[in-house]
Design a protein around this ligand. Structure first.
Ligand SMILES: C[S@@+](CC[C@H](N)C(=O)[O-])C[C@H]1O[C@@H](n2cnc3c(N)ncnc32)[C@H](O)[C@@H]1O
Length: 235
């Protein structure tokens, strides 16, 4: 899977050079390219924003550097059907696990435009992009965090990115599960600063596989807020 991210803050993406996303890039499963929108500005001071026509507060990211970047990376005016161009937008379609799966299945190249300031010139969404996506009903100061949310949520669905296929099999939001059973590791008992000792549920230490499985099922909830009876046996 290839990602191209257009941003005015390229250094914000160092997160993508850590952990499984970094490993997946080194294994050739992901190809993540960060493009500095400023490099495409025709302004002699590399300015990428200007005041809004018609008045109003704040500055707007200009259409020209974004357009020229898309042309330069070969996704405008033509792109193949396996490529999607996405604008991060607080008022866009809300991102979900289902959409992440849909994108993973439909596309092999995803171009993401990160807005900033008061937003992006309206001609970008009108003429240049296929999707406007929001990561939630709140406003962030830039599209960089939202872009990383997309990259991470799609990448972990790409074959070979997670070391163990089972890692995603029992996750919430897959199979209508919204809350998976709590999980624990060492130590068995932990002393909190308020004097309470919190312990791992006994059943998980019992070695009794049937009881453990039942406990996991009854502590896993689906979207109707009921516990799940048919958990995947491999979980
Ligand atoms: C301060 S916001 C712009 C807010 C603008 N007034 C609006 O309502 O669209 C700057 C940029 O951050 C990004 N952004 C902010 N919140 C977001 C969200 N919830 N989901 C996706 N992108 C978001 C967008 O790229 C946006 O252009």
């Amino acid at each position: 899977m290839r990602f191209d991210i257009l941003t005015i803050f390229p250094t914000a993406f160092s997160y993508l050079n850590k952990g499984i996303i970094d490993k997946a890039q080194k294994k050739g499963k992901l190809d993540i390219n960060i493009w500095d929108i400023r490099e495409f500005s025709k302004d002699k001071h590399k300015k990428v924003d200007d005041k809004p026509y018609g008045g109003g507060v704040g500055m707007i990211l200009k259409v020209q550097p974004i357009h020229d970047c898309l042309v330069s990376i070969g996704v405008f005016p033509k792109r193949d059907e396996k490529t999607a161009i996405v604008l991060m937008q607080p008022g866009g379609e809300i991102w979900t696990q289902q959409k992440a799966t849909e994108f993973r299945n439909k596309f092999n190249r995803i171009v993401i435009i990160c807005g900033h300031y008061q937003g992006v010139d309206g001609r970008v969404s009108e003429y240049l992009v296929d999707y406007e996506i929001s990561i939630g009903e709140y406003v962030l100061s830039g599209g960089e965090l939202p872009a990383m949310v997309l990259v991470d949520s799609i990448s972990r669905l790409v074959d070979g990115v997670l070391g163990n296929k089972l890692s995603i099999s029992g996750e919430p939001y897959l199979n209508n599960i919204v809350k998976s059973a709590p999980i624990y590791t060492t130590p068995r008992n932990f002393l909190l600063a308020n004097g309470l000792v919190c312990s791992v549920p006994e059943v998980l230490l019992s070695g009794h596989h049937k009881n453990i499985e039942n406990w996991k099922r009854s502590n896993t909830q689906n979207s109707n807020n009921t516990s799940v009876q048919n958990l995947d046996k491999t979980d």
